[in-house]
Design a protein around this ligand. Structure first.
Ligand SMILES: [Zn+2]
Length: 541
C-alpha cells in the first residue's frame, strides 16, 4: 500500500485529480465553482477520480427510461428522498439527466459512473454491473451537500469499479431464532446496498425446521416448534436486565411453544425481492446431522428411532436406512423447485457418528458398499444426495466437514473450521473451490467488539492459512448464527457495522483501517435512518 504523501506528490505532478480510491486528494477548485466535496463510499470503489467542483442537482432531475424496473425504482426513491419530491420523471436516455450506456469492455459486475455538470452517466456491461452502479450512485446522492441557498450538490467525479471476487456472501441462521420475511427483506435491501450478491439461508437445524415441505407437513407442524431450549432460557434470563435479549414474541404461541416456519409462497416472495436486488438466495437443508427437528416429526429416521444427543452433536439420520433416501430426495425436489439459485447447500457438518458405529443398518450398508468406516459412510450419504441435487441441474455446496481427502467430491465447500487451518489448503490444492468463512472472524455471532471488527477488516490468509490456493477461493461469506440473537435489535448489533467491513473485504478494495473508520459514520446514520440497528464502535462515540 502506497503512502498518502506519495499519492499527493503524484497528483500534483500529474496536475490532475487522478487518485487511488484509498487516498483522497485536496481540492483545487476554480474561483467560482462550488468547492468539491468527497463521499464516503462502502465498499470503496476500485478507483475514484474527483473533478474540481461540485454540481448542483437540478430540481427537475430525470432518469433514463432504459433503466430496468428495479434499479429505476431504487434510484427514484433515493431521488425523491434527496430532492424532497414525490415523483421523479423518466426521459429518453439521451435527454435524461441520469443516463446509462452499455460498454461490453467492462467486467460482468463492473460499472463506471461519470458525474459532470451536464449529466450523470452509468456505463455497464450487464444488468449486475448496472445495479451496482446504481447502488454506488445512491450513496453519492444521499451524501449530497446542502449549500447555504438550499441547493443540493454532489462532486463531479469518475468512478471505475469492479469486484475482485464473484462470491460476496452472507448467511443467516433462521433455525435457532426466526425473523419475519419483512425483516429479511430489509436486510436483503441493505445487503444489496453494499453489493453482497449471495445469501445462504440456514433453513433447518436441530432447533427448528423453517421451510414448508408440502409432501411432509409434519416437518413444520411438529419440527417447526420447540419448547424453550437452553439458549432460549439463557436469553430470557439475560432479558431481565438487558432487554436486547428479549425473545421476539411474534414467534411464541401458547406461552411455551416457540418457532414457526416460512410457507413456500412467503419464501417465493422473499426470493423475488432479493433476486431483484442482485442477491442469489441459496437454500441450505442441513443433513445428515443437525436434523433433530425432522427426526422429532419422523423418529424412525434416526438409528435409534428417537431424537437425542451424542457426545458432541445431535443424533443424525440413519445413513443405513436407504429406504428413507427418497424422503430426503423429496425434500430436495421441493427445495430446488422453489429456489431458482443454481446452488443448493446440503450441510453435512458436525455429524455425530457413534450411533452409526453401533447401528446394524449402518454397519450392513458399510459392508455391502465396501466402505471402510463411518467416515466413508458419511461420504456415501453425501454423494447420494449431491448426485441427486446435481440431477436437478444444480451445483452442490456443503460445509468443509464433508471434504474427504481420499474421495473428494465435486462440491463447493464452505470452509469454516479455523482450528483446522490446513483444511483450505488441502481442499484448494486438490483443485476444489471454496467459499472462505473461517469461524474466528467471519462468524458474526461472538460478542461484537472494535477489535473483532478491525480483525475482520484486516483479514489476511497469512500466516494462519498457508498453503491455500487463492485462485480457488471464489469469495468470502459472513455468517450469523443466532443461538443468542433472539430479535432484530440484537441481530443488528451483531451484524452492523461488521457487514460494512466485510463488504469491502469481499469486494476487494480495502485500504487502511483509519480510512475505513473515517467513512463509517455516514453509514451508521444510513442504517439508523432505515430502521436497522447497529453497534456504535468506540472510535465513533
Ligand atoms: Zn443407522
Amino acid at each position: 500500500m502506497m503512502k498518502n504523501i506519495y499519492f499527493r506528490s503524484v497528483i500534483f505532478f500529474m496536475m490532475g485529480m487522478l487518485m487511488n480510491a484509498c487516498s483522497y486528494s485536496e481540492n483545487e477548485n476554480g474561483e467560482k465553482a462550488i468547492p468539491i466535496t468527497q463521499v464516503s463510499l462502502i465498499p470503496l470503489p476500485e478507483s475514484v477520480v474527483y473533478g474540481t467542483s461540485n454540481i448542483i442537482l437540478p430540481n427537475n432531475m430525470s432518469v433514463s427510461q432504459e433503466l430496468p424496473d428495479l434499479p429505476a425504482q431504487l434510484l427514484k426513491e433515493t431521488l425523491a428522498e434527496v430532492m424532497e419530491i414525490e415523483n421523479t420523471k423518466s426521459a429518453t436516455n439521451e435527454n435524461a439527466f441520469i443516463r446509462i450506456s452499455k460498454d461490453n469492455a467492462l467486467a460482468e459486475e463492473g460499472y463506471r459512473i461519470t458525474v459532470s455538470a451536464e449529466s450523470i452517466k452509468i456505463d455497464y456491461a450487464t444488468s449486475k454491473g448496472l445495479l451496482w452502479g446504481v447502488q454506488t450512485l445512491r450513496q453519492i446522492l444521499l451524501q449530497n451537500t446542502v449549500a447555504n441557498n438550499g441547493d443540493k450538490t454532489i462532486p463531479t467525479l469518475t468512478i471505475s469499479d469492479t469486484p475482485k471476487k464473484t462470491w460476496r456472501g452472507f448467511h443467516i441462521d433462521v433455525a435457532r431464532h426466526m425473523f419475519t420475511i419483512d425483516y429479511l427483506k430489509k436486510i436483503a435491501n441493505c445487503l444489496s446496498f453494499y453489493k453482497i450478491n449471495k445469501l445462504q439461508l440456514h433453513l433447518t437445524d436441530d432447533q427448528g425446521w423453517r421451510i414448508e415441505i408440502k409432501k411432509y407437513p409434519e416437518l413444520t407442524t411438529i419440527g417447526g416448534w420447540r419448547e424453550f431450549d437452553k439458549y432460549d432460557k439463557r436469553c430470557i434470563e439475560l432479558s431481565q436486565s438487558d432487554p436486547d435479549y428479549t425473545i421476539d414474541s411474534r414467534f411464541i404461541k401458547n406461552n411455551n411453544e416457540y418457532g414457526g416456519y416460512y410457507t413456500q409462497e412467503e419464501l417465493k416472495d422473499f426470493i423475488k425481492y432479493a433476486t431483484e436486488r442482485g442477491i442469489d438466495v441459496i437454500p441450505e437443508i442441513d443433513m445428515p446431522g443437525h436434523f433433530s427437528a425432522a427426526i422429532k416429526a419422523f423418529p424412525d429416521l434416526s438409528c435409534t428411532g428417537e431424537t437425542g444427543w451424542g457426545e458432541e452433536f445431535s443424533y443424525p439420520v440413519c445413513a443405513g436406512k436407504t429406504e428413507y433416501y427418497q424422503f430426503f430426495k423429496d425434500i430436495i425436489d421441493e427445495v430446488t423447485a422453489l429456489f431458482p439459485s443454481k446452488y443448493m447447500h446440503i450441510g453435512a457438518d458436525e455429524v455425530e457418528k457413534h450411533n452409526w458405529e453401533k447401528c446394524e443398518r449402518c454397519q450392513k450398508l458399510i459392508r455391502e458398499e465396501n466402505l471402510s468406516n463411518v467416515e466413508a459412510l458419511q461420504n456415501y450419504f453425501v454423494k447420494e444426495m449431491a448426485n441427486y441435487v446435481k440431477s436437478k441441474g444444480k451445483k452442490v455446496m456443503a460445509w468443509d466437514d464433508a471434504f474427504d481427502a481420499k474421495a473428494p467430491q465435486d462440491i463447493l465447500y464452505t470452509y469454516w473450521r479455523d482450528w483446522l487451518s490446513d483444511q483450505p489448503g488441502k481442499i484448494t490444492q486438490k483443485g476444489y473451490p471454496i467459499v472462505f468463512m473461517e469461524w474466528g472472524r467471519f462468524y458474526l455471532s461472538a460478542t461484537p467488539s472494535d477489535a473483532l471488527l478491525k480483525s475482520l477488516y484486516e483479514f489476511s490468509f497469512e500466516p494462519q492459512f498457508e498453503g491455500i490456493v487463492k485462485n480457488n477461493v471464489i469469495g468470502f461469506q459472513a455468517c450469523v448464527w443466532t443461538e443468542m440473537i433472539p430479535n432484530e435489535r440484537k441481530f443488528g448489533q451483531h451484524v452492523f457495522p461488521s457487514l460494512q467491513a466485510f463488504s469491502e473485504l469481499a469486494w476487494g478494495s480495502r485500504c487502511e483501517w483509519n480510512n475505513f473508520t473515517s467513512r463509517l459514520p455516514w453509514h451508521l446514520k444510513w442504517l439508523a435512518g432505515n430502521g436497522i440497528h447497529s453497534r456504535t464502535p468506540g472510535f465513533i462515540r
